[in-house]
Design a protein around this ligand. Structure first.
Ligand code: SF4
Length: 467
């Protein structure tokens, strides 16, 4: 296969993307596919026969690293078997462990560090020319925004992630992301707007703004936080119906940011704000800004300023030294605040982080138990919160056909599934709509008639479609 793969301009080359990890990686993968397509590569989805296979890896926590290594090994095996041409490894794992992986896996043709989407086509051309190992990983992760964007969308056209910044300036003691993604770097405002317009031209109606810390947007390039301005400018795009904000750092949710969210109708009353814990001592050792009291005040402020706001957060259980009493304080906090959505991670020691050297670790068994306990607690809270919506009418973005799998009567093609402003794609629940014939991507008014811990059930409210 090697000889036949030599790069010839006249021969159509195929590229396959295997993407792992978070929405930020998804955006990177789509950008790389765009760069490859512009260079003339045909993007394929077939498992076999691609000339170039890009494995875009995640290295967030231990389980993600294992999954990424497995994917790279699988690609290498396929290459050995003649089913793939060349293998390029990109993303966080490559940034962090590329040097070691290159020694262990000589069959990989190229390693690219995080944030180097722009050179993927050059690298692909070089590896097809059989120019030997290409190792393009900077010691310090450094993101480079593409001069223009031609993303090849992989997901549903009506809902798109838009990365507004990359990297992180915080120093949370458990987190390796700043090492893998570098310091915080904002995407210039004009570029974000251009990208949003382009996504809308391709059918996007829901724009999900992502970053490591979206509340720091603008500080590095404009010397002030520009998130309110960005939200205003994005709201002016006619086709945009929903703007959804992810990864807000609690101490940076300033009055100005809250006012912008509250005052702009297209910005969903939905805030994703990882808190990680609620015990003051643990938060201090995690090196997080804030404490239980400041979180209480912030949440009260959010709920006053933004009626019906849906709050999503994540917590870490089993951080070194987390005592039973500290864990109990977290349980009490969750019971008191009643978040709409909670994600729980079991702490994993990440090489190179401060916390990895801390003693007094919590056993794997105990971490699993604590996680299960929180998830069960949240299920009960989510059920009650969902039930509070019964009888009310909400706008639902329809995403597909089918009723709830647990309802035996929900057969046939008169059911649709979608999401309300309260539910983000992939991580939150769904709304199932009976007697509905709307097409995916349409927004319809739905009267809520039922609720489970994760989902809402309803029927079309035959009034006008609402923004
Ligand atoms: S704010 Fe988030 S990305 Fe940044 S260091 Fe802390 S946990 Fe990691």
């Amino acid at each position: 296969m090697k000889d036949t793969l030599a790069h010839e301009a006249s021969v159509s080359k195929t590229a396959l993307m295997i993407n792992l990890g978070c929405p930020k990686n998804e955006v990177d993968a789509e950008e790389m596919l765009g760069v490859l397509a512009e260079r003339g590569y045909t993007i394929c989805a077939d498992e076999d026969g691609a000339d170039v296979v890009v494995v875009n890896t995640c290295g967030f926590i231990q389980s993600a690293k294992e999954e990424a290594i497995e994917a790279v090994l699988r690609a290498v095996e396929r290459k050995r078997a003649g089913r793939y041409g060349r293998v390029i490894v990109t993303g966080c794992l490559s940034q962090r462990y590329g040097f070691d992986l290159a020694k262990e896996l000589p069959e990989v043709d190229a390693f690219l560090g995080a944030g180097q989407m722009g050179c993927i086509a050059d690298v692909a051309d070089h590896v097809l020319n059989g120019e030997g190992l290409i190792f393009q990983v900077q010691p310090q992760a450094h993101h480079r925004w593409l001069t223009h964007v031609n993303r090849v969308r992989a997901g549903a056209p009506w809902s798109a992630y838009l990365k507004i910044s990359e990297g992180c300036d915080h120093t949370c003691t458990f987190c390796a992301i700043p090492v893998m993604r570098g310091r915080h770097q904002s995407k210039p405002l004009a570029r974000v707007i251009e990208e949003a317009r382009r996504l809308c031209e391709e059918g996007a109606r829901e724009i999900n703004l992502i970053a490591q810390d979206s509340t720091q947007y603008g500080l590095d390039i404009y010397q002030r936080v520009m998130l309110p301005e960005l939200l205003r400018r994005l709201s002016e795009i006619e086709e945009v119906r929903w703007l959804r904000l992810f990864y807000c750092y609690p101490s940076r949710l300033t009055d100005e940011v809250i006012e912008a969210i509250a005052g702009l109708p297209k910005v969903c009353a939905y805030i994703d704000m990882p808190l990680q814990h609620s015990d003051d001592e643990l938060l201090r050792r995690m090196r997080r800004a804030g404490n239980a009291e400041s979180y209480r005040k912030l949440i009260e402020k959010l709920r006053t300023a933004i009626p019906d706001v849906a709050l999503r957060t994540t917590f870490i259980v089993g951080f070194p030294g987390e005592s039973i009493a500290q864990f109990q304080r977290l349980i009490d906090f969750i019971n008191e605040i009643r978040f709409d959505h909670v994600g729980v991670f079991e702490y994993s020691a990440e090489e190179g982080t401060f916390a990895a050297n801390l003693a007094n670790t919590v056993s794997a068994h105990e971490k699993r138990q604590r996680r299960n306990e929180l998830m069960k607690l949240q299920q009960g809270i989510s059920l009650k919160k969902n039930q509070e919506w019964m009888g009310r009418t909400l706008t639902v973005l329809i995403e597909g056909c089918g009723g709830p799998p647990y309802l035996r009567s929900a057969k046939g093609n008169s059911w649709r599934r979608g999401r309300t402003f309260r539910d983000a794609p992939e991580v939150d629940g769904l709304t199932f709509v009976r007697n509905c014939d709307a097409e995916p991507g349409e927004m319809v008014l739905v009267k809520i008639t039922g609720a489970t811990a994760y989902d809402l059930i309803g029927e079309p409210d035959r009034r006008q479609v609402k923004d």
